[in-house]
Design a protein around this ligand. Structure first.
Ligand code: F6P
Length: 556
């Protein structure tokens, strides 16, 4: 089947009624009597069997998926499901620029931003335009970073403030924090919320003469971003006075040149991208400008190269050795057959503190859908709730529930073998916790083991009887371990693209459009109706709760 016919045809509308789905239900039932502890005990090669690495000289990137509730027949069925859903054909359709985002009539080509081969959209090769924007980003980033770009008073730029929200904020903010060791002399700040406190707090210590604002919005219609940008311009002009100087301190990143001009930013200072870059997939485009300013364009291109490494792997590795495919299938196994409604991403890397928040948009805006590509209600659960915090912090907060609660929460544990800052031998302590947690979740602790421990402590039989049940860990709680050498730009690129492709595969399996986000619209519409009412306008036709709250806010 060609890629083109694959994306046109209705993809697996009856997946949940297929014999493979039914066989997976039976497989799930068989798992009632299986414990991972026993599987590990009886199969010394389990780790080798269920690990995959992208290895090159110094960028080890390993996925150990052996601590999952899988055995050969489970994987066989899941891989069959992927074949039946035509994952490979849909993947090829995406890479080749087909308009797989059918509800918006758009191609999905963030992979082209980090690629090298020509790709056509509507018969037009997009690569020269991508190259041209990258070149403009390089020239601009170099000028700012070397102090050649001067502010209105002749001083160089010291601080960059990115004003954007959602995909125009989360990716760059996450990446700048993650890549702090590669940062230069420019400080990067991010303002997203329409709550003015964030802007006020950010500007508090900044000097208008040395601050550059990037107004980042794919559509350039987003209320939060435009309001913050107006407020930032007023703050700037309060000191600079001369509106002519705005050009030296405000640049825009957008697909909408008209709206950028209407806002008052010279389009000569605009970095463009294209409708085939989804907001949550846009950090690889000019939306990554704050990253390029912060770490330099060479390092930004390393980030792109990391994404490209994963693209190549995703395109070329057979399904049973394909990291995003396996992660997607295992995730679906828990969502659809174990009723797992949440899933945790737990980086043992403080600088990945914003990675779970970034993934929340990537995963939940992509897979939080209840309607199939054919416009029918889905017949199985789709995207889970994603959450996470860096380890070891999370251990002292919500891990209790993951170990002993009633919900099954599959987890991804992420860590680097090396740290950029090994102070006091603490990196080994961090890694010992990373390892201990997945082992504990897998093994658990039996009643017998608890009783033995308490007896060894010299506790009395009555005390042991009362306490023991509370100290039992059921185990059999699934985890992936992702291990890289060190958090470099290239590694980060790999990590992000791995999750992007995982989300893509799940979208194909669930037969949902991963690239639209209509679910964010209703709230925006209603907020527009309510705003005039908060300014004293005529009360609208609301429910009594909303009306009551409006009255309270107005102090009536
Ligand atoms: O409201 C959701 C959303 O449309 C996201 O998908 C997007 O990343 C974000 O808003 C910001 O949009 P824009 O870049 O157009 O300002």
């Amino acid at each position: 089947m060609t890629a083109s016919s694959a994306s046109r045809q209705k993809t697996t509308p009856k997946l949940t009624q297929s014999p493979t789905w039914k066989a997976l239900k039976d497989e799930r039932a068989a798992w009632k009597n299986i414990h991972l502890r026993d599987l590990f005990a009886h199969d010394k090669k389990r780790n080798a069997r269920y690990s995959l690495a992208l290895d090159d000289a110094d960028e080890t990137f390993l996925l150990d998926y052996s601590k999952n509730l899988i055995r050969p027949q489970t994987l066989k069925l899941l891989l069959k499901l992927a074949k039946e859903a035509k994952v490979e054909a849909l993947r090829d359709a995406m890479f080749s620029g087909e308009k797989i985002n059918h509800t918006e009539g758009r191609a999905v080509l963030h992979t082209a931003l980090r690629g090298k081969t020509p790709v056509q959209v509507d018969g037009y090769d997009v690569m020269p335009d991508i190259g041209a924007v990258l070149e403009r980003m390089r020239v601009f980033a170099d000028r700012v970073r070397t102090g050649k770009w001067k502010g209105y008073s002749g001083k160089p730029i010291s601080d960059v403030v990115n004003i954007g929200i959602g995909g125009s904020d989360l990716g760059p903010a996450m990446a700048c924090l993650a890549l702090k060791p590669y940062g230069g002399n420019i400080r990067a700040h991010f303002v997203s919320n329409v709550d003015p406190s964030q802007l006020v707090d950010t500007l508090e210590d900044l000097d208008p003469a040395t601050t550059l604002f990037i107004v980042a919005s794919k559509t350039f219609t987003t209320q939060e971003t435009l309001l913050n940008a107006q407020a930032a311009r007023a703050w700037f002009l309060d000191t600079a006075k001369d509106p002519q100087q705005v050009a030296k301190h405000f640049v825009a990143v957008s697909t909408n040149a008209e709206a950028v001009a209407a806002f008052g930013i010279d389009t000569a200072n605009m970095f463009g991208f294209w409708d085939w870059v989804g907001g949550r997939y846009s950090l690889w485009s000019a939306i990554g400008l704050p990253i390029a300013l912060y770490i330099g364009m060479d390092a930004f291109e390393e980030l792109l190269a990391g994404g490209h490494d994963l693209d190549t792997h995703f395109k070329e590795a057979p399904l049973d050795q394909n990291m995003p495919v396996l992660m997607a299938l295992i995730g679906l196994w828990y969502t659809n057959f174990w009723d797992a409604q949440a899933y945790a991403v737990l980086p043992y890397e403080q600088r990945l503190a914003r990675f779970p928040a970034y993934l929340q948009q990537l995963d939940m805006e992509s897979s939080g859908k209840g309607i199939t590509r054919d416009g029918k209600p889905v017949t199985c659960a789709t995207g889970p709730v994603l959450f996470g915090e860096p380890g070891t912090n999370g251990q002292h907060a919500f891990y209790q529930l993951i170990h002993q609660g009633t919900a099954l929460i599959p987890c991804d544990f992420i860590a680097g073998r090396e740290s950029h800052n090994d102070v006091n031998g603490q990196h080994a302590v961090l890694l010992s916790n990373f390892l201990a947690q997945t082992e504990a979740l897998m093994r658990g602790k039996t009643l017998l083991e608890v009783q033995k421990e308490l007896t060894a402590e010299g506790r009395k039989p009555a005390e042991i009887k009362a306490l023991a049940p509370h100290k039992v860990f059921p185990g059999n709680r699934p985890t992936n371990s992702l291990l890289y050498r060190r958090l470099t730009p290239r590694t980060l690129g790999r990590l992000i693209a791995l999750y992007e492709h995982k989300v893509f595969v799940q979208g194909v399996l669930w037969n949902v459009n991963s690239y639209d986000q209509w679910g964010v619209e209703l709230g925006k519409q209603l907020a527009k109706v309510i705003l005039p009412e908060l300014h004293g306008g005529k009360p609208g036709n609301h429910d009594s709760s909303t009306l009551g709250l409006i009255q309270r806010i107005l102090g009536d």
